[in-house]
Write a protein that binds this ligand. Structure first.
Ligand code: OAD
Length: 241
């Protein structure tokens, strides 16, 4: 595996909630996962937000508070180092926690947006497509657009919403790689999960890093069973000249 990585010209890594588990960020589907305790359709859909914006904002405000106290772990750190060191490296993340950015990652594609950005629901021309607001707690819930006063929403992708076409197109381009690592994802949410078979179709060697088999484990060329915060530093040590 390390030999293949060292020889690869283009490496793409797809990450999911599992890479942030060691930082204390809850995953969605495992033990203690958010979608075990909360109903996604009541908290992470456009319909839920139309029905009860305060409830949805309370959920996101709670997640912002939870993540604000978390720091990148060795998995984020190795990937950030690779992003600075390996030409032809792309990191595609489903995570909205900002920990890849906090670790100093370059070439990051965020498929599902960011917990730290907000958008105007009225799409007012004065406000940017999304703006950053890192205040914890937010001074008002639900927050409003600073330009037109309309309700603001978290700049994350909810169930039933399309991904940003430019980000998705860049992620699909990154599937033209020699090695694709899928780390810490259950690989059940599409189109993110489709990047794995797409990379395989284009000839990439595909590898899973996960303590449990994901939905795609059977289709991978190799499966490394273990936590990303241990496997990635181990691969990094073997890559080091
Ligand atoms: P999930 O919660 O579905 O899956 C987390 C995966 O991480 C599982 O396969 C775990 O086995 C694995 N895992 C747990 N601890 C790990 C560790 N230390 N190292 C490596 N892997 C570990 O999270 P995602 O696959 O990211 O979407 O979920 C995909 C999307 O579903 C999320 O982006 C979110 C959610 O609904 C939106 O919010 C749009």
């Amino acid at each position: 595996m390390a030999r293949r990585l060292a020889a690869a010209q283009r490496v793409t890594v797809v990450t999911g909630a599992g890479v942030s588990a060691a930082s204390g960020v809850p995953t969605f589907r495992g033990a203690g996962g958010l979608w075990r305790e909360h109903r996604a359709e009541e908290l992470a859909t456009p319909e839920a937000f139309r029905r009860n914006p305060c409830l949805v904002w309370e959920f996101y405000a709670w997640r912002r508070e939870r993540v604000a106290g978390c720091r990148p772990n060795p998995a984020h750190e190795v990937l950030a180092r690779w992003s600075r060191r390996l030409p032809g490296f792309t990191l595609v993340t489903q995570n909205v926690d900002g920990l890849h950015e906090a670790a100093g990652t370059r070439e990051l594609l965020r498929l599902h947006g960011s917990l730290w950005q907000l958008r105007c629901t009225a799409g007012c021309p004065a406000s940017p497509a999304a703006w950053e607001d890192r205040r914890v707690p937010l001074p008002e819930l639900p927050p409003s657009c600073p330009h037109c006063g309309a309700l603001a929403r978290p700049a994350v992708v909810w169930f039933g919403e399309p991904l940003d076409p430019a980000v998705l197109a860049a992620a699909v381009r990154a599937t033209a790689c020699d090695v694709l690592l899928a780390a810490g994802t259950s690989a059940v949410v599409w189109p993110a999960a489709s990047l794995i078979p797409e990379a395989a179709r284009r000839g990439a060697f595909t590898v899973e890093l996960n303590p449990e088999p994901s939905a795609m484990a059977g289709a991978m060329d190799a499966v490394l069973a273990g936590p990303a915060e241990e496997l990635l530093p181990e691969l990094d040590r073997r890559l080091a000249p």
